[in-house]
Design a protein. Structure first.
Length: 336
């Protein structure tokens, strides 16, 4: 533990990144290391009241600010960055959600062109109770209120894309990015394949909670104080983002149409399970087909994201990704 560097970083307003790739690193880190970071909400902290409409207080495309990127010493093509989330805690007691014209799963968009008028902009403020671990929903058109369990997560974590690409922080793809999966919570390790020297790791888009699919396009958006342990797995590639909890391994696929996102996640899971268990691909295909869970992450972003989630109790006892999850979990316990 004495050799484990603990780095605290709170970005200045000018230090946020708005893209994956194309942004200069805010610092260089040597792994394994603990990062204690602050991330701003998707609106840059500008939506504070029900009258703060996103179209008026935010400037597109400057949405979804990212903390980072962090240059990881020694990271190169063919390696994998492992990010273990130790804790994710809301930095404020109020979070915001909204409808956005021409955005979301149940409205016309610029890609799904329909003649009806866009949905109106409506802002909901959610009261967060850190002690009770609840998020309070209050209807805008009535007196209904309901407490939902707080389940903090990061909608966005990623590295620089391959082939010199620069992608908006609103986009999910093979590099990670705006995947918006509720599985990205404390206790989970995220694996991201390295595409450029230093990997250039960034994260943001904290959600106090989010339903699977993020149907209206916006979660319970809030700033976060997050602690993560970052490590580098040398010589182990990761073609699409992968996640691991104590009970499951998961693959994330992002694409349009939705069935292609589903196929990517399922294909990656089949090949991963085949390697872990020493199975022929067709045997792995059959096993995954009968045991996999397939929660949706988002059906609203520029690319949709689907998750393939496989219980570890059905798999080989050998650890996935060189046992990184168990190793980083132990480092997290030491940190605490």
């Amino acid at each position: 533990m004495a050799d484990l560097e603990v780095i605290t970083f709170r970005p200045e307003p000018a230090q946020y990144a708005w893209t994956f790739g194309g942004a200069a690193p805010v610092m260089r880190i040597r792994t394994p290391a603990v990062l204690e970071v602050y991330t701003e909400d998707a609106f840059g902290g500008r939506v504070r009241t029900e009258q703060d409409l996103v179209s008026q207080v935010c400037e597109f495309p400057y949405m979804n600010p990212q903390t980072g990127p962090f240059y990881i010493e020694g990271a190169e093509l063919g390696d994998t960055v492992a990010v273990h989330f130790v804790s994710i805690e809301p930095a404020r007691s109020v979070a915001a959600s909204t409808t956005v014209p021409l955005f979301g799963a149940l409205t016309g968009t610029h890609l799904t062109a329909l003649l009806q008028e866009p949905l109106p902009e409506v802002v909901w403020l959610w009261q967060l109770d850190a002690a009770a671990r609840t998020c309070r929903f209050s209807a805008r058109r009535g007196s209904f209120e309901m407490d939902l369990p707080m389940d903090p997560m990061h909608g966005t974590v990623g590295v620089a894309p391959a082939n010199l690409e620069v992608r908006s922080s609103l986009v999910p793809d093979a590099f990670g990015g705006n995947m918006d999966t509720p599985e990205m919570r404390a206790g989970v390790t995220c694996y991201l394949g390295v595409n450029v020297d230093g990997a250039l790791l960034s994260l943001g888009d904290g959600h106090a909670r989010q339903g699977e699919g993020e149907t209206c396009g916006v979660a319970v958006e809030c700033a976060m104080n997050t602690v993560l342990v970052v490590d580098l797995i040398k010589g182990v590639p990761c073609p699409w983002p992968r996640l691991e909890s104590d009970t499951h391994i998961m693959s994330a696929g992002s694409a349009r149409p939705l069935e292609d996102a589903f196929r990517i996640a399922q294909y990656d899971m089949v090949t991963w399970v085949a390697g872990l268990c020493g199975l022929d691909p067709l045997d792995a295909y059959q096993l995954v087909t009968q045991a996999v869970e397939s929660p949706l992450a988002n059906v609203c972003d520029t690319n949709y994201t689907s998750i393939a989630k496989m219980p570890k109790r059905y798999l080989s006892p050998e650890g996935a990704m060189d046992g990184a999850h168990a190793r980083l979990r132990e480092l997290a316990r030491d940190y605490r």
